[in-house]
Design a protein around this ligand. Structure first.
Ligand SMILES: Cc1cc2nc3c(=O)[nH]c(=O)nc-3n(C[C@H](O)[C@H](O)[C@H](O)COP(=O)(O)O)c2cc1C
Ligand code: SF4
Ligand code: SF4
Length: 260
């Protein structure tokens, strides 16, 4: 198969999924067009990929699934016998059904999963877990994976000769857990409105950015990472306690998993 274009569509609340996808993309021989579907405004984004295009989809793992907001946006993307590489980036606990869910979404949209991976990145709530990842070892593995993917595509006569990789996961997918971490703004808020503009699910009112609609909030931590005044955060005591338990259970280094 001859690939003439690479397009990467990613959902990345705090930038870790994008950074991981970049490590993969940088080892491919063609530059990629990157499309960010994280903002609320990306809800209406639709695209049909061509047969000589490689579609790379990247999303973080939230509660063993991909975020519902990412899922609704991936559902708008269609392929025309387009090969796809799917990346479900997890924070060192587990990716459970997230990669399988991405494969199912890609197949439903007419794409053909050619390879998949579950790379590890720093946990975006419990930052001491997998801190600093993807690191040099992760980047090296992602680069080797990218080269293997490219060889697989080059060696395939056409899309029908691409074998689908086995992917870990179960159907029905696990239910989304209730994640209790909802950020709030402190008195340091300068009312710049950036958090409201960046929230993927419109959970922060533009005219009252110190508030959070907890029924909409998906605990993605994007508002904390974009706030220029460091004014948004979680309850420090609750977080410290939860992080201690979480790090005890899930702190041991896990390695990325590749399916090709
Ligand atoms: C709400 C939420 C739920 C998460 N659930 C999981 C999980 O089930 N398993 C896991 O290993 N990491 C989990 N993580 C960690 C993220 O998958 C990981 O840090 C990811 O790299 C975040 O990427 P981003 O910066 O692009 O959003 C979760 C993070 C958040 C914010
Ligand atoms: S309010 Fe919730 S959903 Fe919105 S950016 Fe902040 S953590 Fe994410
Ligand atoms: S980004 Fe920070 S400073 Fe700006 S409105 Fe939101 S909480 Fe306030």
């Amino acid at each position: 198969m001859k690939i003439t274009k690479i397009t990467c569509v990613f959902f990345s609340a705090t930038g870790l999924t994008e950074k991981t996808a970049d490590a993969f993309l940088s080892a491919l021989p063609l530059p990629a067009e990157k499309i960010d579907i994280t903002p609320f405004s990306a809800r209406g984004f639709a695209r049909t990929f061509g047969p000589d295009e490689l579609a790379v989809w990247a999303a973080p793992v939230y509660g063993g699934r991909i975020p519902a907001a990412a899922k609704e946006r991936f559902l708008q993307l269609k392929g025309t016998q387009t090969p796809a590489v799917l990346l479900a980036v997890f924070g060192n606990r587990d990716y459970d059904d997230a990669l399988l869910e991405m494969c199912d979404l890609a197949l439903a949209g007419g794409l053909v999963p050619a390879a998949c991976a579950a790379p590890v990145a720093e946990h975006s709530i419990m930052h001491s877990v997998a801190a600093g990842r993807p690191d040099a070892a992760d980047r090296e593995k992602l680069a080797a994976f990218a080269q293997a993917v490219w060889r697989k595509l080059e060696n395939a006569a056409d899309i029908s000769s691409l074998s689908l990789p086995f992917v870990k996961g179960r159907r029905p997918y696990m239910a989304y857990p209730n994640i209790p971490f909802k950020p709030a703004a402190s008195a340091a808020c300068i009312q710049c409105g950036k958090c409201a503009r960046e929230c993927p699910v419109n959970a922060i009112p533009a005219d009252a950015p110190e508030q959070t609609d907890k029924t909409r909030c998906i605990s993605c931590m994007r508002c904390i990472s974009v706030c220029p005044a460091g004014a948004r955060g979680l309850n420090k005591i609750a977080l410290a306690l939860a992080e201690k338990v979480f790090a005890f259970k899930h702190g041991a280094r896990k390695e990325p998993e590749f399916f090709i």
